[in-house]
Ligand binder design. Sequence first.
Ligand code: ADP
Ligand code: ZN
Length: 293
Amino acid sequence: MIIGALEAGGTKMVCAIGDEKGNIYKRCQIPTDTPHITMPKLIDFYINEGIDALGIGCFGPIDPNKNSNTYGHITTTPKLPWRNYNIVKTFHDALNVPIGFDTDVNGAALGEATWGSLKDCDVALYITIGTGIGVGVCIKQIPLHGLIHPEAGHILLKRVYNDDYKGTCPYHCDCFEGLASGPAIEGRWGKKAYDLKEVSEVWELESSYIAQAITNYILCYSPSRIVLGGGVMHQEQLFPLIREKVIKYLNGYIDTKNILEDIENYIAPPLLGEESGIKGALVLGYQAYKNYS
Ligand code: ADP
Ligand code: ZN
């Protein structure tokens, strides 16, 4: 089978041709401009490859509900040219193949759940901490939707004492993303996050917010394992700080050895590295093909 995969991001589109085993034969990157400029370039990449299906992991929020009038649209995104854009229809009209459509983070969770750190996890949780914060959830290899899909980067947290940074979220100011995304670190400390490696205060505070969020996700979703990816998590010193704080915040309430004795494996980096999203898009394409035929 030949599958087209697209990781549609706010700054770049990562495109690939591969298969259901996770092999990738061809790839390219296209900057994200307006749909009018970007979509023809994307279609050009896939059109003569003989793909049997296309999988799209897309920046959101999106409408992934097939019974909805706005299925296939990117919805309330702050990226105005893409707001209410029906990306699935444009691809379907041009390529006429089954299309799997989900959030970028549900895609990344699915990639890790298929070939990575979340393999064999019934409830797989993938968190990315980058320009934004997003959370993908897969239950037995099926991305979680419900009402729309999790938007767990926007949960509200308790502020750490003395942190008076106003937050970057255009909707909520000081939600998780507003307090702990890459731009929030840069806004609060006045320097690029990667230039702050040696400033321990930065990572103490950052790990407090991430650990609070993870504590909430453990309590709400009961994940089998949690993967933490995205640009900010290149600061590997965050991992032990986060693990220690999650144990502290749970305070023994969730009494499992995965957390109390094996937290290094319970809160882990992505095994697929930068490939979780694009490989997850291959799985989305494969699942769409199977559901169609
Ligand atoms: P995106 O979220 O746009 O897909 P990334 O996951 O790479 O892309 O996140 C970009 C954000 O991560 C930026 O705010 C950047 O400052 C931050 N970032 C990237 N690399 C590092 C690093 N090595 N250390 C800390 N922060 C980083
Ligand atoms: Zn928010």
